[in-house]
Write a protein that binds this ligand. Structure first.
Ligand code: PAF
Length: 281
């Protein structure tokens, strides 16, 4: 596995890989877990070569202390990527990605400002900007993103479509811990009490799914999510949104077409998000 810290190095590595066929990309901020490896596995099944990036992107953090305390586990991450069959890893310094002279940002003007974007101002602009840079640097044929970050995936699909970026985007289903908590690099930062409280998110999503399948409306399901989360005193609900998975328009009424349910809650100072797509039976 090639370890590349500069743009020139990763471009040279990708050029070599291309001799064997197509190249898939998995972008990460490190602190890898089984959810990331599921993305790598999806990429290795479809491509001759796989590139992973590890870059803790400052522009997507609203809170400087969140950026400072973000877990950094480089040695362990590299071992996991090597074992998963990644051909090259790009681990740039911040200055390699953001130059002091930079003026350009990438923003999905609608999607960045709704739903989770309202509780994380600037977050999706930071994601769209860094992902655009990483796509342009690596030049892969396809990129793989977790469905857990449902709005992020929609933002990236929209950015690629609008900017005619020549890359295929694939969503990969959420990987969960034994108790149903969606795998996230943030989980390790929860106190044991908050970690024990975190399954309330999947419990709320599952209750909403059951209500929708029983013929209740989207509005009732959204209220049920809020009510379920209120039963857990260590969780503070930040947002619940039920949307059309393609257009992201708010859904309403009984379930007649698939919907995406997105929920976010704070456990102490850690924001966790989760999602579930529900289709009519
Ligand atoms: O999902 C993540 O880990 C990040 O938001 C991403 C896509 C790597 C951009 O920094």
């Amino acid at each position: 596995m090639k370890i590349c810290r500069t743009i020139a190095e990763i471009r040279a590595a990708v050029q070599e890989m291309r001799k064997n066929g197509s190249v898939g990309l998995v972008t990460t901020m490190g602190a890898l877990h089984a959810g990331h490896i599921a993305l790598v596995n999806a990429a290795t099944q479809a491509h001759a070569g796989v590139v992973a990036t590890i870059f803790v992107n400052p522009s997507q953090f609203g809170n400087p202390s969140d950026l400072e305390t973000y877990p950094r586990t480089e040695e362990q991450d590299l071992a996991m990527l090597r074992a998963a069959g990644v051909g090259a890893v790009f681990l740039p310094a911040v200055e390699e990605i953001y130059r002091a002279s930079d003026e350009t940002i990438v923003e999905t003007t609608g999607l960045a400002h709704v739903f989770h974007g309202l509780v994380r101002p600037g977050h999706y602009r930071g994601v769209a900007t860094v992902v655009t840079k990483l796509f342009n640097i690596v030049g892969a044929d396809a990129a793989y993103f977790g469905e857990k970050d449902y709005q992020q995936l929609a933002v990236i699909r929209r950015m690629v479509y609008d900017l005619h970026v020549p890359i295929a985007i694939h969503g990969v289903p959420t990987v969960r811990e034994a108790d149903g908590v969606a795998m996230s690099s943030r989980n390790v930062r929860l106190t044991p009490e908050h970690r024990a409280a975190a399954p309330i998110l999947i419990a709320a999503l599952t209750a909403a799914e059951a209500l929708l399948h029983a013929g209740e409306t989207v509005e009732t399901a959204a209220e049920a999510i809020a009510a379920t989360i209120r039963t857990q005193p260590l969780a503070v609900l930040k947002a619940v949104d039920i949307v059309d998975p393609t257009t992201f328009a708010p859904a309403s009424g009984p379930l007649t077409a698939p919907v995406g349910i997105m929920v976010s809650a704070e456990f102490g100072d850690i924001l966790l998000i989760d999602q579930k797509e529900v289709s009519p039976r």
